[in-house]
Design a protein. Sequence first.
Lengths: 423, 184, 556
Amino acid sequence: MIVTDANSQQNRWKHLHKVLTNAGPYCDEDWIPGEETITALESSKILGAGGLGCEILKNLALSGFKDIHVIDMDTIDISNLNRQFLFRQADIGKPKAEVAAAFVERRVKGVKITPFVGKIQDKDEDYYMQFKIVICGLDSIEARRWINSTLIGMVDMENPESLKPLIDGGTEGFKGQARVILPTLSSCIECQLDMHAPRPAVPLCTIATIPRQPQHCIEWAHQIAWQEKRKDDTFDSDDMEHISWVYNTAMERAQQFHIHGVTFQMTQGVVKNIIPAIASTNAVIAASTTSEVLKIATSCNPYLENYMMYAGEEGVYTYTFEAEKKPDCPVCGNLARKMIVDRNSTLGDFIDSLGERAEAQLKKPSLRTEEKTLYQRFPPQLEEHTRPNLKLKLHELLEDGEEVAVSDPAYTIDFRYKVIFNK
Amino acid sequence: MLKIWSMKQQQQQAENAEGAAGKKKKKVTAAQLRVQRDLQELTLGNTMKMSFPNPDDILNFTLTIEPDEGMYKGGVFNFSFSVNQNFPHDPPKVKCTQKIYHPNIDLEGNVCLNILREDWKPVLNLNAVIVGMQFLFLEPNASDPLNKEAAEDLRTNREGFKRNVRSSMAGGSVRGIAFERVLR
Amino acid sequence: MAQSFHGGPTSKERKYDRQLRLWAASGQQALEDSRVLLVNSDGPLGANSTGVSGVVGVEALKNLVLPGIGGFTIVDPAIVTEADLGVNFFLEEQSLGKSRAEETCRLLRELNPDVHGYFNSQPITDLLHDPDFLPQHKLVIISGPTKRSSLDPLIQRAQELAIPVLYTHSVGFLATFSLQLPAEFPIVETHPDPESAQDLRLLHPWPELVAATSALGDLDAMDDHQHGHVPYILLLLYFLEQWKQAHGGNAPGNYKEKTEFREFVRSQARTSNPEGGEENFDEAVAAVLKTVSPPTIPSTIREIFELDQCQNLTGESVDFWLIAHAIHFFYMTHGVLPLPGSLPDMKAQSADYVSLQNLYKAKARRDVEEVTSTVRQLETQLDRRVPPIPDRDIDAFCKNAAHIKVVHGRQIPQISSNSDAVTLKAIRSQLGIPDSLVSVFIATQILDGVVDEIQDESNDRRFINDDTLWKSHTERILALLTRDDPTPLDSEVRDNINKAIQELRRAEGGELHNIASLAGGLVAQESLKVITKQYGPLDNTCVFDGARSRSEMYRL
């Protein structure tokens, strides 16, 4: 048995501690290297999520972070084994978050890793508030947008600790990107949404009547034939029998039209929207994101402002630039303003008062909360439904502190108010 | 304090922001906000109506089209709209809830309209979709059909196609397939 | 038990599915046939150090073991220390005091049962005495800094054997690596962007394509449905014929004429239909500027044809040059390269598209047959003692003929008294660019000098943070930089080099895991491209600056 005393700990982290206790030429002039920086590092609680999880956990643990949480809803699949290096054949079917956390805890002494098997959307603001930094390698735009707007919504002007830097990484084949988002301070995922090219789609009528490519035949089997022939089964892209049915049906259609090239591999690629993924690209992108986490947590070097694009097909190409913050961004362009109101005033009075606000005289607003449509001017069917709300008192419609979002045709941006009842 | 957290403090002093209080609540999502705005900016005219099974859920609704001219005049057509949280990055999902005879709508209710799929862009709004839907009933397009038989009828025998439309709308059969009665 | 069926994937195909979509079965086979040598340390870095911690190398191997490389050998005389455990994930508590080669080998092997792992704790210079040792490997990765007396014979020997070498440094927030390839390193499967790889021959149609255009008859006589479904390639050929008749038999040549031709095509679309236009005409209009051009041969291909290896074949010539020679012959005969034969998707009826596609495929097949017969004649003439070139290789070459690439490998660049003038010149010209990261490369060269002295003098009292050592090596390297161009380095350049040295020295030669892991990813990526002979490998040096989150590439 090995006894880890303070001396051995110091030896263990000596390379890392050198850069934390010596200033470099690119550091901020105000930065004071030393013990305080090491303490800041070791006490930073970090949250990691998504498909780059194995690399991210390893890198965070070997960057000296001691308290790491990980969220992942997926279970281990055989196709993960070519890059997610904490998983083995025998782990197939087990939850990724648990297997990865246990492995890294075993390997790197002194790190605590807390797994949560589930979706990022299962957790609320109270949960996210406990972390210093959030790092994500999520595979869907939807999940990225969700975590982005959640972290932006949490920023409280009075409490600097409510600002949770979001480090995002993503890969596709030999390409990837890493970006740093400081909620409300810098360009956010929503500001950069047009950088995600939408998945190219083929017209439905081509698929239905004039297929030309093997992919068209697969789409037909998947989207049209399945609906017709197997209405009662919910299609599951992980069910081999379902995929085989689509493959065989696509083959028949391809033969009928003399189209060549339908393969099982292509069938899976089309119906699961498979994106190629390799260990080396994951390593590059995960390490660049965790390097930014280390720099932000310790200030030992300047952090990325704010986007690094990477392409590895032709040598090594990166492009580092500052993506712009959009003034009319629907997420970070209109932060909730606080509004103090009388809980007994009616929604109608509230709407009238919006017309007198300094930031915008809202004359024809429609408004809602996350749960309720408060008042919607158009279409008429919805107006009729919500008109009775105008006479209701605010406390009958809202909770104290709830957010109300307002749109008005006179303004291209929307407004958010945090409605607080006066005492 | 580390740099970015102190930056936030400076920004906040500059803005002299008011203090906030109270426990955080769920935020209106970007998709909800966009749909709220899109609904407000719709132009429905006399031929279209909307209904909301749950008025608090504006992401799911039904659009009813009652064409007042063209071959489908007199029909009442219902479409379910389902908008996901990735809107407007993703287009709304639209399906016809009745079995109808139309070259661009198949028997399962799938609709072939370019802006619902290959030509969708986040700058498009719900009004653009609704205008496109209305157009399908004024000018059914035989060139790139979903219902191949209906398209063939339209292309080769326009009068026969019109008769088929009338009888299908009345709940009759065309080429052995029974259609739903959709007359007002 | 899952139901098995015809055409389903094997469990190996399922495991490697996400990568097979990039380099296909041929790339995977090349990977599985290869063994990689990692030389991960070569003696201590001063009195209080056991040597390079070698994380870049181990992380690179991780990224090669996972996709299923055939095997690897780790050469590393170091013993595992506490400091290793803080930076290397492929070591554990029980590894302390044991051979680092053995321990990292054991833990890397766990990643993939398909991979064979070997280790050796002897210094690399000893192993080189065995003439059979190095040739077992298809690629060598060396973790720097390494003393010249080990590095030079290793890269020399590898060059003689035409084995590619990657020489890496990862120190603190900085990383550099260089790739040494053989003097000619040919790549057939370069994976060009499908858009740019299109070759439709609109100005060079072959008889069957001309016949298909004539078979359209009169476009004006078509009904709307037919008119709206003529594939745009046939539309362009049809209207090109009309244009030529009106322009003395000439196709649109310059930009102005092409724009006029485009407007002419646009004006022929029918707009009175329900859609108010025609998609096939939209596609035709959009394609005019790009596709209505005479087939040209890229200058890179012309250069390949002119190389001695291509012109003067011998019995020893490798397959690549035989095929290149045959394709050059095809080009001399026809004035065009073999047709790739692929057709982009376009608005058309299924049957019309498929028959057009078949025209392109058939022509491509005939071109391959012609090239193949030349290749077979050459094989006979040269009396080669190797098996005949596989048909699929000739086929792949013909499909990619316009995009093949030959990298002219260079030795691992060094700044030393016997440095190549080209290397020094390239560095000097990079130094003229503001904020160039080449200063990081210079700093690692200074580090190499410092380590070389520490290791070869076997002077126990020398430390890696010895200021006088750094000062003397900095001066030596800066003097070398002005060897061929005596213009003094300006103060900004010196300042940039000093900053790079300062950032490098900050870590006292130690690796940070993030940067080592990132560099290991890049090194593995280059290894994969070299081993599979696909995509475009680095030519020849890359610098990553983790302090400022950016990278650069140079040919040094």
